[in-house]
Design a protein around this ligand. Structure first.
Ligand code: AKG
Ligand code: MN
Length: 220
């Protein structure tokens, strides 16, 4: 069933045109007031394509619980993660060196779609699986030394719609958007240096969500 659904996706265009109804977001419009750029490309997959990707990723990715440092203690996260990258790339955060999976065919296909939209080449992708709305991700910025400073980070979402919140690191400014099934959002410029972001818990959400963030890594 899964293969059939992905085959349907493969027979369709990998580069669907953005939805053009009156309510689709303008990918040229910056969601942040200053100190960075966040561009919402809106939903870039048809509902059928997005459903097939959700199903494919849920079943084919080797999901594992993550370990992070919180208040000086090592904790295992409820959400699950997977990390893919070009050969030779490793990544250190929360005091742990992560070794990536080699790109799979589905991940390479999604990478190509996102690269075409953003006109950049990405070297790695971090995937997060939130099983339901009580799982989220706390305030953080993706400003590790291994990520190219100010480079675009492309965030693709499938499954349950969730809030995505920003708060400025020094000023009392915040803003938020929602990340829908099959949507693409791009953060770039000073965003990671100046703003924190998070996925807040939403108890009312009972279904799963998968997020992929494609990143440009410093190549040593
Ligand atoms: O799930 C999301 O949309 C955000 C994920 C995120 O911020 C991250 O992986 O660094
Ligand atoms: Mn992040």
């Amino acid at each position: 069933m899964r293969c059939l659904r992905l085959a349907l996706v493969r027979n369709e265009s990998y580069f669907p045109t953005a939805m053009t109804d009156l309510f689709s977001p303008d990918p040229q419009q910056n969601l942040l007031p200053y100190d960075g750029e966040v561009f919402d490309h809106g939903v870039i997959f048809s509902p059928r394509e997005a459903d097939a990707w959700m199903d494919e990723l849920r079943h084919s990715v080797p999901w594992q619980h993550d370990e992070v440092m919180m208040f000086g203690k090592r904790i295992v996260t409820a959400r699950e993660v997977a990390w893919y990258a070009d050969a030779g790339i490793s990544y250190r955060y929360s005091g742990v060196v992560r070794h990536p999976h080699a790109w799979s065919q589905p991940l390479l296909a999604l990478k190509a779609i996102v690269e075409k939209r953003c006109a950049v080449v990405f070297h790695s992708c971090l995937l997060n699986l939130y099983h339901h709305g009580e799982q989220g991700m706390g305030w953080h910025s993706d400003d590790e030394a291994s990520i190219v400073v100010q480079s675009p980070i492309a965030s693709l979402s499938f499954g349950a719609e969730r809030r995505f919140c920003f708060k400025h690191k020094r000023e009392a400014r915040s803003c938020e958007t929602t990340l829908a099934h099959g949507s693409l959002l791009v953060m770039q410029g000073a965003t990671q240096q100046c703003w924190l972001h998070r996925i807040p818990p939403m108890k009312s959400v009972k279904t799963a969500r998968i997020n992929l963030t494609f990143r440009q890594m410093v190549l040593r």
